[in-house]
Write a protein that binds this ligand. Sequence first.
Ligand code: NDP
Length: 344
Amino acid sequence: MTGAEESSSGRGSLPVYFDEDANLDLLDDIVSIIGYGNQGRAQALNLRDSGVDVIVGNVRDQYWETAASDGFEVLEIREAVKRARFVMILIPDEVQPEVLEKSVLPVMTRNKILCFASGYNITFGQVTLPDDFDTILVAPRMIGVGVRDAYENDRGFYAFIGVHNNSSGMAMQYAMAISKGIGATKPSGALLEVTFRQEAELDLFNEQCFGPAFGQVLTTAVDVAVEAGYPPEAVLVEIYMSGELAYTMEKIAKMGTLKQLELHSPTSQYGSMSRGIRYANPELREQMQKSLGEIQDGSFAEEFAKEYELDLEILDDMKEMAQDVPIVVLDKEVRKKLRFRSDK
Ligand code: NDP
């Protein structure tokens, strides 16, 4: 089937694309990867393995050396932008405004395509772009090592794609071509067409609502069990340290929330289903809505811009204070006792 498939949820009609919708031949000119970190390295290697002509733009330091030792031609960012038709911005969101202003935008010409992996800066007004070239989004829902690992195992992954400016009339096709080149459309992968705003806000929602709420649930469960007198080592292993939780999350992603229940014993299924409703908490919903409101009205982005100007002072303080949080202290002790090795 060619063309977008509409989602069948009935809630909106999100266009979804697959491998056959994307045309890799559109990447018939140099692709410049700006930044060679988590996403940069993975996407550069994948594009090259897909047969695309890739160069890397970076500051002259260790990442430059890594890219060079991976066999890429590496140039100063400005030169890399000049040389390429497709420019992929894969440096951290918070440094993008300055790098774009100094080294990218002055050399972006009409027929180039600027590709972001996050909608953050455009959505929250940290960057304003001229409309004489295409600006697109290809945002893997996958960490960099996962992007490379999936490619090497001939597996796809989900990516959000979108168009901010369609000066050529081909912007969505370019987004799909890049997605195919990085391997997103291999089996089990799909491209979900969203706006830059939807990508940016959902990403923050996940980071600021689901993530920390989940952390609180985990901490509460550890506290309750330790207070009830169970050995802390056993509690931590039972709740998360065994890695079983990570494995279950993977099964939830692959099989669906209900279907994966079948992997657990009837005791487990009955216990969790019969008790689940107890934890439905209206206050949780309210707090999440509050955080989402701050994301949507831009006040979080404003707050973070100020924090960034202060060299992430508050973040550093919070990290320092977190060292003394009971579960962090306990985690360290238990790991030592159980001779945990991060490399195994
Ligand atoms: P990284 O933190 O891994 O980026 C590191 C790269 O950015 C290095 O090449 C580094 O070079 C360069 N860099 C850092 N600071 C500067 C600077 N001031 N000037 C020029 N280059 C700089 O980034 P990620 O890969 O994590 O993120 C890249 C993009 O991908 C972001 O938009 C992010 O939102 C998005 N994304 C990230 C995901 C992830 O899993 N990490 C998932 C999906 C999207 P050097 O230090 O040598 O200057």
